[in-house]
Design a protein around this ligand. Structure first.
Ligand code: PLP
Length: 368
């Protein structure tokens, strides 16, 4: 029986052709593909601008630099996230202030943000965890408090918020600066490492464009602090082709998630994930919650199905933050998710047969 992995990036003839043509052109950096990819991605997200960059981690670093966040500043961040959401804050010399997440939707909790606010707070980094849109009230709150909102959309390509006026606001347009990753397991990829910076703020567009290229003006004078964070042209060419498929792929993830929800809802030992009302989940991960997380992973492994327990050590409890004043804090929802979530394969490349195999394996799970 062939093993079912948790990720399987797409690769087709159009992507191969785009990559080869770009290599043949010998225009490998700073060319038309990066520019076009950025424009198409901005269109897709409804952001003012979008700039391809090296990876999601460098996009977070760049966002903080653009916002001039550094020593003496505090940035509020959920502890239940991938470590680079937090390390970006430390890398610019600011202090991460760890807060808890929501019990139902697993994104950063607004009341916890409110409680953590001080006069040193410069920004919140909110994460659309596993593709779930964060509480849109956070956008309003940050505006009211005049603090920046950095949108970690690394897991949320194709996720969206439906407003009361029936407007669809895509991930990437729900903060001041949006940060995406194109790591191969993500909802779309670029044939290597990759990321994207987006912004919804007029006064930040030039800074976002500049930060990935040493802050240089057209006359090559450096006007702001930046670095070489540029994406290669080959990756951008692949990204353009991948983006054409994104809606279809996310729809496939949604259909799989819906089928899982129907099939697992009555399982006595598993809780299915919830979707925030008036949002469209991008299902980067589909996680079941169970008291028997390790047993479920082992059970699926015996059925040749990969499953993962992400973020088992909350960020503030990692050795890296041994000296952080919050290192010993207990964040109850974070702790609970760290112990109980199991991600099962939900990628768009799953075949119908594989989906049925996963469903029957999960349904045959009975803890000892
Ligand atoms: C929530 C989150 N933030 C940031 C990143 C960093 O992205 P990258 O791996 O492209 O640096 C990831 C990637 O896994 C992520 O999941």
């Amino acid at each position: 029986m062939e093993r079912i992995p948790t990720a399987r990036p797409s690769w087709n003839d159009e992507m191969r052709k785009a990559a080869l043509e770009t290599l043949d052109s010998k225009h490998w950096v700073k060319g038309p593909k990066g520019k076009q990819f950025g424009e198409l991605f901005a269109d897709y997200c409804g952001s003012l601008t979008a700039v391809p960059c090296q990876n999601g981690s460098s996009s977070l670093w760049a966002a903080l630099k653009i916002l001039e966040i550094g020593p003496g500043d505090e940035v509020i961040v959920p502890s239940y996230t991938f470590i680079s959401t937090v390390t970006a804050i430390s890398l610019v010399g600011a202090k991460p202030i760890f807060v808890d997440v929501e019990p139902d939707y697993w994104c950063v909790d607004l009341d916890s943000i409110k409680a953590a606010l001080t006069e040193r707070t410069k920004a919140v980094i909110a994460v659309h965890i596993y593709g779930q849109i964060y509480n849109p009230e956070i956008i309003k709150f940050c505006q009211e408090q005049s603090i920046a909102l950095i949108e970690d959309a690394a897991q949320a390509h194709g996720a969206a918020l439906e407003t009361t006026g029936n407007e669809i606001l895509m991930a990437g347009s729900l903060g001041d600066i949006g940060c995406f990753s194109f790591f191969p397991s993500k909802n779309m990829a670029v044939g290597g490492e990759g990321g994207m910076l987006t912004t919804t703020r007029d006064h930040l567009t030039e800074l976002v464009k500049g930060v990935i290229n040493h802050g240089r003006s057209p006359s090559l004078e450096s006007m702001q602090l930046g670095s070489n964070l540029r994406m290669s042209e080959v990756s951008a060419a692949i990204g353009i082709e991948q983006l054409k498929n994104l809606d279809r792929w996310v729809e496939r993830r949604r259909a799989i998630a819906q089928r899982y929800n129907e099939q697992f809802t009555n399982h006595p030992h598993l809780l299915t994930p919830k979707v925030r009302p008036n949002t469209r989940h991008a299902w980067h991960q589909y996680c079941l919650s169970t008291k028997y997380a390790n047993q479920l992973v082992e059970h699926l492994d015996q059925h040749a199905i990969d499953a993962r327990r992400y973020y088992q050590i909350p960020c503030h409890k990692q050795q890296l933050f041994a000296e952080h004043p919050q290192h010993g804090d207990e964040l109850s929802n974070t702790n609970h998710l760290a112990k109980s979530l199991v991600a099962i394969p939900v990628m768009h490349e799953l075949t119908d047969l594989e989906i049925e195999r996963i469903i029957s394996a999960v349904n045959s799970f009975s803890p000892v």
